[in-house]
Design a protein around this ligand. Structure first.
Ligand SMILES: Nc1ncnc2c1ncn2[C@@H]1O[C@H](COP(=O)(O)OP(=O)(O)OP(=O)(O)O)[C@@H](O)[C@H]1O
Ligand SMILES: O=c1ccn([C@@H]2O[C@H](COP(=O)(O)O)[C@@H](O)[C@H]2O)c(=O)[nH]1
Length: 239
């Protein structure tokens, strides 16, 4: 019996750091293949997939490597890092027969299309995966905020934040072993408790536009498909 997805169109926010796998930097080949395999599973269910990818595996504007630099310059470097990840993701998708397009918020026409909302919508309707690179195109923002923004522009049904932890916790589970995972929580709770799993700007945007977020671990085999099928996986952040 075929399974019916709970969502027609999703915006997947992929952590850049998740691409490192167990490495300290960059893109781990088997990790990206594992992630692309999960994306393929949901495309095959007929779900339209837009992706915003982070850059933390290569460069962050607020990282120690950037300290002493002009913040806006460092942020432009961070945005370029996300384009590198977007190209790597597109390449890995092509190898398993997925058709993907990269649209960049910063113009770099030799390597990526510029972001054009209508064109991106058309690609999604055609069943192509659209990877949005360069975040919002503006310094002082993050790719979480870009994911919220593109998700709203694409009229997606839900934003899925695929990360290294399996949901939202009372505290950072990487630092506090006593942290407890929420099954669901509201945007106001997430903002009020200053939970650092996403930035507050992204939470506030999603709250104001009624775009729910599911936070889950991309390292759990089949997790993306379970989320899309509406099964119990990760943490739902809702209005
Ligand atoms: N309350 C919390 N619940 C869950 N995770 C939390 C919490 N507070 C902090 N974190 C941390 O937030 C991180 C979110 O990671 P993620 O890599 O997705 O961030 P990102 O900055 O969006 O990614 P990147 O810049 O690599 O694209 C997790 O690694 C987790 O350790
Ligand atoms: O809209 C945006 C998005 C990102 N940046 C810069 O890129 C890096 C990497 O993004 P992450 O969200 O941390 O993965 C970020 O640290 C910023 O320096 C940006 O300036 N604007």
């Amino acid at each position: 019996m075929s399974q019916a997805p709970s969502y027609k169109r999703i915006l997947l926010k992929l952590s850049g750091e998740a691409l490192m796998g167990d490495d300290n930097y960059g893109i781990n080949r088997s990790t990206i293949e594992q992630i692309v395999g999960q994306i393929k599973e949901v495309v095959e269910l007929g779900v339209q997939v837009g992706i915003v990818i982070g850059g933390g595996n290569i460069f962050r504007g607020v990282s120690s490597a950037a300290s002493g630099m002009d913040r806006a310059t460092a942020d432009y470097m961070g945005m370029m890092a996300t384009v590198m990840n977007a190209l790597a993701l597109k390449d890995a998708m092509g190898k398993v027969g997925l058709i993907a397009r990269v649209q960049s918020a910063l113009t770099m026409q030799q390597i990526a299309e510029p972001y054009v909302r209508g064109k991106a919508m058309q690609y999604l309707e055609e069943g192509k995966v659209v990877i949005f690179g360069a975040g919002t195109g503006n310094p002082f923002f993050t790719t979480d905020t870009a994911a919220a923004l593109r998700g709203m522009e694409m009229n997606v049904d839900i934003m899925l934040k695929a990360t290294k932890v399996d949901g939202v916790y009372t505290d950072d589970p990487k630092k506090n072993p006593d942290a407890v995972r929420y099954q669901t929580l509201t945007f106001d709770e997430a903002i009020g408790r200053n939970l650092k799993v996403m930035d507050a700007t992204a939470f506030a945007l999603c709250r104001d536009q009624h775009l729910n977020i599911k936070v889950f671990s991309i390292f759990k085999q089949g997790a993306l498909k379970r989320v899309v099928l509406g099964e119990d996986e990760g943490t739902l952040v809702h209005c």
